[in-house]
Design a protein around this ligand. Sequence first.
Ligand code: PAF
Length: 282
Amino acid sequence: MERITTVAALREVVDAARCSGKSVGLVPTMGALHSGHISLVERCVAENDVTVVSVFVNPTQFNDKRDLELYPRTPEEDCAMLEKAGCTYVFTPSVEEVYPEPDTRVFELGTVAEVMEGRFRPGHFNGVAQIVSKLFAMVSPHRAYFGEKDFQQIAVIRTMAAQLQFDIDIIACPIVREADGLALSSRNTRLTPEQRRNAPRIAETLFKSRTFAESHTVEETIRYVVDTINTVPEMRVEYYEIVDGNTLLPVENWQDSSYIVGCITVYNGEVRLIDNITYCRP
Ligand code: PAF
């Protein structure tokens, strides 16, 4: 594995790979890697000749300065994990390398970027679109891999890629969970031991809500999830929405769509956790 820090050096190696007929896969990350990221890298390695993993804590997608400061950074551990997973190039640029000029682009991504996270984290998806469009332009990968834990992010990236006509296969990979159900997240390391012990209640409630939904309305199911999680010490649901998996617009009845997903955000103490569950898939 080679470590690359400049855009020029990155372009040189990926251009050479593409010119010699090799397929290139990209896994964008913000580091603090865990098995969820590694599952993306392993899939990328299996499906492409060359795997590029970017490790960059992108300042433009943090609407909360404290969250940016507290975001975990573990560069040495990240590199060791990537090497073991078979990554070809790890791209670890500085902020100045990625943003030599301030990025003033404002993306008009429509409702997929306005609902849920869009409402609670203003500017977040614009920052994601800025960095991911830059990485797509720098690497020109054949395929790019994203985790379904950030369900809405994938819809936003698909919209951005369609608008800018990137010829890149965007591949959504399933959520990886701890044995107790907690969705893997770099933020989990910030939980206190007690918060960590309680955190699996989120996934547990989501999974139970699938059975609950068989004999209850969408509205009742939302109430069940919110009320159950809010009884857990230190937990506060920010939102729970049951939406069409493509448009991300709320569904009112289970018959309204053949693809229905529940998306949740919960504050566990100070730490904001997200998760989602599929009720039905076409
Ligand atoms: O999902 C993430 O870690 C980030 O939002 C991404 C896609 C790497 C962009 O910074």
